[in-house]
Design a protein around this ligand. Structure first.
Ligand SMILES: *Cc1c(COP(=O)(O)O)cnc(C)c1O
Length: 366
């Protein structure tokens, strides 16, 4: 029996192998490996594709997050609202700067519940960090309106949502700063580490450029204590190849997930729903099941890998014991952690692989 993997990113590499290899060779032969023309071109192309004025290429998604709060002047004593069911990097982006995460429970779409924000606001609240988890768009219109009314920054963790839309507009068009990761498994993934921010603000654009390069705009003149977080030429070149196919690869994921939603029929399994007026780019197809651990083991017995995103919500993580949370404090995030399961999903997944997953899932009972 052939194992079906939860993810197989090599399929996409082989689909465009010639383009990737040609680009890699041309960068290797160019003699420019950091902050050259590939990075500049990628920044222009990504900003233009996503409908933002500026893009700054960075070393990772986490760097995009913590640098955002650094640049906005958010640190010790400040509070940032963040969904309770996110990947822990979102929270680290806040706490690296000494600011406090304030957790807001998710709604049925796995993203921050807009109805639960108001009650979390204090005089120390400075920003909302919305997370488009699994590729789903948050309720961007409500978040923007709320931030405007309360004079808060809206920062977005779009590490899983390159191209997600709300009301026909890319989610980044609603934010002050949007943070992206190009980790290899993301919808727009490179061949190593990488990240970027999108913004319409020229001051932020300039600040990111300074911070990513040791705080210097002019060589050896350092204005602030920055960091080293530069997207490299090889990643930028290869990301340009991927970006040219992003609409097509996101559409392929849409088709694959439509088929899951059409053909998985099992009363024990709850399928994901997409928010009204929103579109998902389906970074993950996440089902819910009360007998999740049994289901995962059953799939494994039938040669099908699956992943839990994520088994421990940030507030219960060992890294954040100092925040003083206990089980029961954020019951929705905890329930999701106990019941979610991501099905195999990747560009290049074949019809027969999907047949197999659907058939096995439909046969699950306890
Ligand atoms: C991947 C991811 C990050 C971190 O990105 P890196 O490039 O790995 O640093 C942050 N937030 C979310 C939601 C992610 O999925």
């Amino acid at each position: 029996m052939k194992q079906i993997k939860a993810n197989d990113i090599s399929r996409l590499f082989y689909r465009y192998q010639d383009e990737f290899e040609e680009k890699a060779l041309s960068v290797l032969r160019s003699g420019h490996y950091v902050l050259g023309t590939e990075v500049t071109s990628f920044e222009q192309e990504f900003a233009s594709f996503m409908g933002s004025d500026y893009c700054v290429g960075l070393g990772s998604g986490l760097d995009a997050l913590w640098l955002s709060f650094r640049i906005l002047g958010i640190g010790k004593g400040d509070e940032v609202l963040v969904p309770s069911n996110t990947y822990i990097a979102s929270v680290m982006g806040i706490t690296i700067n000494g600011a406090n995460p304030v957790f807001v429970e998710p709604d049925a779409y796995f993203t921050m519940d807009p109805e639960k924000i108001e009650e979390k606001i204090t005089e120390r609240t400075k920003a909302i960090l919305s997370v488009n988890l699994y590729g789903q768009s948050c309720h961007m219109a409500k978040l923007r309106e709320f931030c405007d009314r309360h004079h808060l920054f809206l920062v977005e963790d779009s590490a899983q949502s390159h191209g997600a839309r709300y009301d026909g507009r890319f989610t980044n068009t609603y934010t002050d700063i949007s943070c992206f990761s190009f980790y290899p498994t993301k919808n727009l993934g490179g061949f190593g580490e990488g990240g970027a921010i999108l913004t319409n603000c020229p001051e932020y654009d300039r600040a990111f450029r300074i911070y990513r390069n040791y705080g210097s705009e002019k060589r050896y003149f350092n204005q602030v204590v920055g960091t080293n977080s530069r997207l490299d030429e090889l990643q930028a070149g290869l990301l340009r190849v991927k970006l040219a196919h992003l609409s097509e690869t996101n559409e392929e994921r849409q088709k694959l997930t439509e088929r899951y939603s059409r053909e998985i029929h099992n009363p024990m399994i709850q399928l994901p729903k997409v928010r009204p007026f929103a579109s998902s780019v389906w970074h993950q197809y996440v089902i819910r099941c009360e007998k999740r651990d049994l289901l995962k083991a059953y799939l494994q017995d039938h040669g099908i890998d699956s992943i839990i995103h994520y088994p421990i919500p940030p507030h219960l993580s060992e890294a954040y014991t100092s925040l003083g949370f206990h089980r029961g404090d954020l019951p929705i995030a905890e329930r999701y952690a106990d019941t979610v399961l991501s099905l195999p999903l990747y560009n290049g997944m074949t019809e027969s692989e999907q047949d197999e997953v659907i058939q096995v899932l439909n046969g699950f009972k306890v």
